[in-house]
Design a protein around this ligand. Structure first.
Ligand code: ADP
Length: 328
């Protein structure tokens, strides 16, 4: 099974510790790494034993080179990544406040990833690559950073791709600041959900986008779009799984020490897709998603060290295990 993940990877600067500034006051010591929602998911899917290609655009600067090196270290194919001369990836910084909240500030307006599917020649080459994949994974962030015409081209391509038997997995990952308006986000997200086979949505994002008070309205709206496999993540609350109209709630095992929930949804998606693409049932794949997320939230940062991560063998367990599920 082969999966391509489409999106943006950014340079991340995150505070590690504080040092005393010259004029007094604490100055954060920053650690530099790389992250991005579809990138995080791609890394964990590859660690779960599925062959992954990451699809984005990068520049020709040292940070772009390092992203390619990181992907290669994870065994992720980079052959479909286009390079734009003179450009560099987007950047974001994390700021921790004394009350434990985390704030994100982005510099990503000029990122080469914004040109995904935009250039006609590059697009044709990319389509040929994507047609060789069993599954494509993208998110609302992928769509939000793309140009309008490129998005329309991608939508048409997804219809063709699914017509040929390809499967599309999608996480709406609503980030209001990336969209011109909530109406625009709702319209685009709905269009792409209609070309989605596996929707891996977070209830909090659905609430922010649609104003859902309860999960019922979220399930109803998304099922009316004809999604075969609908998964709603709700933090520590049971995951909702709706298959062909049948609803199941699957408990999230307690995590003894939640250190940092960055990348929880991304890693859940990875566990789910890695298991699903290797033949697990949707129920067992939810369990794999929970396990993958549990490991990631036990450590700081979106990408945890490989040694501490769910191995492909654990995905195998999920493929064969029988999950206990409770009906809603
Ligand atoms: P997002 O990161 O998109 O906001 P959620 O917060 O819904 O997503 O979390 C995604 C998944 O991460 C959950 O379905 C669950 O598997 C795991 N998770 C998140 N928070 C917790 C928690 N407090 N305890 C246990 N698991 C959690």
């Amino acid at each position: 099974m082969k999966l391509a993940a489409l999106g943006e990877v950014m340079v991340e600067l995150a505070p590690q510790a504080s040092v005393q500034g010259r004029s007094g006051g604490d100055k954060p010591l920053l650690a530099q790494s790389y992250a991005g929602d579809t990138y995080n998911t791609a890394v964990y899917i590859a660690r779960g034993g599925v062959s992954v290609s990451y699809v984005t655009l990068l520049g020709d600067d040292p940070y772009s080179e390092e992203v390619l090196a990181r992907l290669a270290e994870e065994g992720i194919a980079t052959s479909a990544i286009a390079r734009l001369p003179g450009r560099c990836p987007g950047l974001y910084m994390i700021r921790n406040t004394p009350d434990g909240e985390r704030y994100f500030t982005y510099w990503r307006g000029q990122a080469p990833a914004r040109e995904l599917f935009a250039d006609a020649d590059r697009r044709e080459v990319l389509k040929a690559h994507l047609r060789t994949m069993d599954c494509l994974y993208l998110s609302g962030i992928t769509l939000a950073i793309m140009g309008e015409e490129a998005r329309a081209e991608l939508l048409v391509f997804l219809e063709e791709y699914r017509g040929q038997g390809g499967r599309v997995a999608f996480d709406s990952n609503y980030r209001p600041r990336l969209w011109a308006s909530a109406d625009a986000a709702r319209a685009v997200t709905s269009q792409f959900l209609q070309q989605t086979d596996m929707a891996l949505l977070t209830f909090e994002d659905e609430q922010a986008l649609w104003g859902d008070k309860r999960a019922g309205s979220c399930l109803k709206r998304n099922s009316s779009l004809g999604i075969a496999e609908l998964v709603i993540k709700r933090g520590a609350e049971p995951v909702l799984l709706q298959l062909e109209g049948e609803l199941t709630a699957i408990d999230v095992p307690p995590v003894p020490r939640v250190v940092d929930t960055t990348g929880a949804g991304d890693s859940f998606n990875a566990g789910y897709l890695a298991a699903r693409l290797q033949g697990a049932s949707p129920q067992a794949s939810v369990a794999a998603g929970n396990r993958c997320a549990a490991q990631v939230i036990g450590y700081r940062g979106a990408i945890i060290p490989r040694a501490t991560c769910m191995a492909a063998a654990e995905i195998e367990d999920c493929v064969t295990s029988k999950q206990v599920v409770t009906m809603v």
